[in-house]
Design a protein around this ligand. Structure first.
Ligand code: PLP
Length: 421
């Protein structure tokens, strides 16, 4: 028997309304929007605040206190080279954020073009990006800010629908790029399959300067003992249609201190030279003291993975709680499905078509703030009005449990009200 059947003579909609009234009466103030580390996760990096101490020389003798070193510290680039699948000599350690690097690449492409561009992107009549959906709202916000048209491509559970991506990129020279979060994607948690990576590298694009923005934000953020594998895009591009097609991004924002971490950008020699030339007018070098601090703290790639195992111990109970509560409260109702990520920071909840906004609204009125429905899609519009992004990391476990149980009440309410009309 499901929760929308008539039980004890009480019509489901009445029962759902009573549950909702009880929820609202609790006066909760909970927030499921924030995809950021919880304080106990940040505590794992407390040692960083003591570093680099009196040490200021990098392994090669560089005085980190001074200007220079546009590529970033070699020892830190070495640590992230494997996880980001970029040879260390083509991986640059930059400022405190990968998002700013992605933003700046787009702006520089508009202002100057990228290697292979027939003209500056700003001189094109139209510029469009493929946007796998559901996706990351801040990627979409960059496009929106600069008038780049966004073309949604559905995610399949193993990355974007490549038939659609190939068709769109192959037919339209205005399509200059695609946003990708290839591992433990935001928000579905899925990882791109080998075949998807290969097809991205090999597909014919009508634009000669097409770029894959490979935002590997969750490269080391495993929630299980079995890390998801990801094919090497840069190697596939080198062997495929265009060695310059991919730009790889990553950061330590959700490894160490969000906001005080280190961002990375990498790619082909031509792309790296292009980037170094573009930023040479903007900075005389990155914050090497912060990079040194990170290299001393993480030590090596094994140290990075050890640190992430400690992160996992804190995060896993939260993701397990979400799964347990959703399964208990919504399983078998036909009112919801959700992803069960093996890593990353998010999951996606799907409610019946046309219900997501209403669920978010009712939750908000009951004191549970959710990411606005639609945020997972270009222009903030989910045409099916189905997807809700859940960010379980920041709230405490008891708050998270209360919020997910309350969310389930809202889903049942909206579902029952729809069924009753
Ligand atoms: N990329 C993705 C997919 C994210 O989910 C986030 C943060 O939520 C970022 C980038 C932001 O990264 P950074 O802090 O390095 O700018």
């Amino acid at each position: 028997m499901t929760s929308i059947d008539v039980r004890d003579g009480v019509p489901p909609v009445d029962r759902a309304r009573r549950e909702y009234a009880e929820l609202a009466a609790r006066g909760l103030r909970l927030d499921l929007t924030r995809g950021k580390p919880a304080p106990d996760q940040l505590d794992l990096s407390a040692g960083l605040l003591e570093l680099p101490g009196p040490v200021y020389r990098a392994a090669d003798g560089t005085d980190c206190r001074n200007y220079g070193g546009p590529r970033g510290l070699p020892e830190l680039r070495e640590i992230f080279s494997g996880p980001l699948q970029v040879p260390a000599d083509r991986l640059l350690a930059a400022g405190n954020s990968s998002l700013e690097l992605m933003h700046d690449v787009v702006v520089q492409a508009l202002l100057a073009g990228v290697p292979g561009s027939p003209r500056r992107w700003a001189e094109e009549e139209r510029v469009a990006f493929l946007c796998p959906v559901p996706g990351y709202d801040r990627h979409f916000a960059i496009c929106e800010r600069y008038g780049i048209e966004m073309i949604p491509v559905p995610m399949t559970g193993a990355g974007p629908d490549m038939d659609a991506a190939e068709r769109l990129a192959g037919a339209d020279p205005a399509v200059k790029g695609i946003w990708c979060v290839p591992k433990y994607s935001n928000p579905s948690g899925e990882t791109y399959g080998d075949d998807v990576v290969r097809r991205l590298a090999e597909m014919r694009t009508a634009a000669p300067d097409f770029r894959i923005f490979w935002d590997n934000a969750y490269a080391v953020h495993h929630l299980t003992g079995e890390p998801a594998g990801l094919a090497d895009l840069l190697a596939a591009c080198a062997a495929g249609a265009d060695p310059d097609r991919a730009l790889v991004f990553g950061s330590t924002s959700k490894v160490t201190l969000a906001g005080a971490g280190v961002g990375f950008i990498g790619g082909s020699p031509a792309n790296v030279d292009w980037w170094l030339d573009r930023v040479s007018r903007r900075t005389i070098g990155p914050d090497k003291v912060n990079q040194l601090r990170h290299a001393l703290f993480l030590r090596d790639e094994a140290g990075l993975h050890d640190h992430m195992r400690r992160q996992r111990e804190l995060l896993r109970p939260k993701f397990d709680a979400v799964e347990r509560i959703l399964a208990a409260e919504l399983g078998g109702t036909g009112l919801a499905s959700w992803t069960t990520p093996r890593g990353g920071y998010f999951l996606a909840l799907e409610v019946p078509e046309g219900c997501a906004r209403e669920v978010v609204r009712r939750a908000g009125e009951a004191g549970i703030v959710l990411t606005p429905a639609g945020a997972t899609h270009p222009y903030g519009k989910d045409p099916a009005d189905r997807t809700i992004r859940i960010a379980p990391t920041f709230p405490s476990l008891p708050d998270l449990e209360a919020a997910i149980a309350g969310l389930a009440v809202c889903v049942r309410l909206v579902g029952a009200e729809r069924a009753a009309t």
